[in-house]
Design a protein around this ligand. Structure first.
Ligand code: NAP
Length: 530
């Protein structure tokens, strides 16, 4: 049976970086991924218009200055093929392929208390043993296909955005239906509309979206931006969202209406998530949030020509950003095209999928292609997709039956030598996730180094430390508006999933300080033993 120091599940941003970093510590590492290539989310999400909504210069590794300088991002926000090419380049450049096994699904992993090793089993029936198991499985990697009556009977093609055929789908001259109006749909719809005969958007909940103002980066600008890497990265490590801009310092209620509008407008013109950081109370005070929500709704009205249609596209039933705000390129403008139609499922209730298309509000929409941009079983789906068993054979599925429990989003009590990268109750999806991945990889590698230097064999979160962290994360969350939305942050998009705020909302800077304190106190809250 192959024996290795570390098994890493997942060959995306996290898995590739882990492999490189753990090798540096002299460890043997095996990275396993179900996909046919590296890239994780960027391997799977090939739908038309897929691109990152974090700027390229931030959504990239910071651990190689040479890589930073050599790689030339071509757009402010990179498209999926470019990010995938970047990750493949990383795998080539750092000689990673030889320790990566693709097309293999990890089915189970159990901790053997007598040997203090993980036994990992794959769908090929292969077994591996490892001292450490690191789940680098991503926060948004298990697609959610809703239970739409009749879906199986649809005679056309139906594809989830996160399982888009690699050969592409030619929609030219065809009628396309899209379920969903989250980040994936918002990117896909304008691109689909350029070639499809018709795009019918089935909207259940309208989305807040602002322009990213994506554009090509010319060589002179890119050169200038590359010089700013050290400052950008340093700032991103201390700010709330892990972004390279300063956090807010004042309440929205301390400024005049004119000053407030100017602040919102300036940030809207820059584009993207910088709008979130305009004032300190946008996510904690419903009235403050409503001011920003009103501002964005007005912008939507300015982008959609038909005033009635604009009203139907304006979100009203949750505070802005308690469902992740979307960053778009021409989303609302797409509805000005004659070939794009909105079907508001609140007014025209969904009835069923038929062989010919979709029935809603008493009307049948005849379609050739159905796009399911219906999201993910976020943050816990991939972890619970593997039958992980810790001390006493207890399964993670049992341990999390009432909701995810972790210490710092990195470890789970009762599961020694298991680490989760950007796990539940860490900032993860509320941050620039590449920065959060790098932080977790550094933490995990340093913990393993620490153990090896001292001849220790197991590290495990204590139940007491885990309870304290959960209570702290819950308290911070309850002080915000996030629990008010039925979002995937709350697990609310998956029927039967326990409702809890899955990411830690205390901010990247605060979280990093807490992790540093834990390490400085000799891995406080972890039990280390020989
Ligand atoms: P999502 O935000 O969860 O959106 C899913 C959409 O599908 C929602 O509009 C939802 O409506 C709708 N939906 C689900 N079930 C439905 C049903 N039975 N009938 C009608 N509508 C249904 O998923 P996503 O757009 O894939 O985005 C998920 C996350 O992935 C994002 O928030 C972001 O973090 C990440 N992402 C990032 C990028 C990027 O970097 N640009 C791109 C894509 C995704 P309800 O709101 O009513 O549930």
């Amino acid at each position: 049976m192959p024996v290795t120091d570390v098994v890493v599940v997942g060959a995306g941003f996290a898995g590739l970086h882990l492999l490189r970093r753990l090798r540096e510590s002299g460890l043997t590492v095996r990275v396993l991924d179900e996909a046919g290539g590296v890239g994780g989310t960027w391997y799977w999400n090939r739908y038309p218009g897929a691109r990152c909504d974090v700027e390229s210069l931030s959504y990239s590794y910071s651990w190689s200055k040479e890589l930073e300088q050599d790689w030339n991002w071509t757009e402010r926000y990179a498209a999926q093929p470019e990010i995938l090419a970047y990750l493949e380049h990383v795998a080539d450049r750092f000689d990673l392929w030889r320790d990566i096994e693709l097309g293999v699904r990890v089915e189970s992993a159990s901790f053997d208390e007598t040997t203090a090793r993980w036994l990992v089993r794959t769908d090929r029936g292969d077994d591996l043993t490892a001292s450490f198991l690191v789940m680098a499985t991503g926060c948004l990697s298990v697609p959610r296909i809703p239970d739409l009556p009749g879906l199986d009977e649809f005679a056309g093609e139906a594809h989830h955005t996160a399982r888009w055929p690699h050969e592409g789908v030619d929609v030219s001259g065809r009628r396309v239906g899209v379920f969903g109006t989250g980040s994936s749909a918002i990117q896909a719809i304008p691109t689909l509309a350029e070639s499809a005969a018709q795009v019918v958007v089935f909207q259940r909940t309208a989305a807040f979206s602002v322009p990213g103002w994506n554009r090509p980066l010319d060589p002179a600008e890119l050169a200038l931006l590359k010089k700013s890497y050290p400052e950008r990265r340093a700032m991103a490590r201390v700010t709330e969202g892990g972004n390279p801009w300063p956090g807010a310092t004042r309440s929205v209620f301390t400024v005049s209406a004119a000053e407030r509008e100017r602040e919102f407008e300036d940030r809207y013109r820059i584009g993207g998530f910088i709008l979130h950081s305009a004032f300190t109370d946008l996510f904690t005070d419903a009235d403050a949030n409503e001011l920003l929500s009103d501002f964005v709704r007005d912008k939507i009205r300015g982008r959609v020509e038909d005033p009635n249609l604009a009203e139907r596209l304006c979100p009203r039933d949750y505070p802005l950003a308690t469902k992740r705000m979307c960053i778009d390129t021409g989303y609302f403008e797409a509805f000005n095209r004659p070939n794009v139609r909105l079907v508001d499922l609140r007014g025209a209730a969904f009835e069923r999928v038929t062989t010919a298309g979709v029935r809603a509000g008493g009307e049948e929409f005849v379609l050739d292609v159905l796009v399911l941009a219906t999201g993910f079983d976020a943050m816990t789906g991939a972890l619970l997709g593997v039958d992980i068993r810790g001390r006493g054979g207890r399964s993670l599925r049992d341990a999390w039956a009432g909701g995810a429990t972790t210490y710092l989003g990195l470890a789970v009590a009762g599961f020694p030598n298991l680490f989760t990268v950007t796990g539940p109750l860490s900032p993860s999806v509320l941050s620039n996730v590449v920065g959060s991945i790098e932080h977790h990889v550094a933490f995990i590698a340093a913990a393993i180094d620490h153990m090896r230097e001292r001849g220790l064999t197991t590290i495990e979160a204590t139940a007491a430390a885990q309870e304290r962290w959960i209570a702290h994360a819950r308290e911070v969350g309850e002080g915000t508006l996030y629990p008010r939305a039925d979002s995937w942050y709350m697990g609310a998009n998956v029927p039967g999933k326990p409702r809890m705020l899955l990411p830690y909302v205390g901010g990247v800077g605060t979280y990093r300080k807490e992790c540093d304190r834990v390490v400085a106190a000799g891995y406080e809250g972890f039990k280390l033993s020989a």
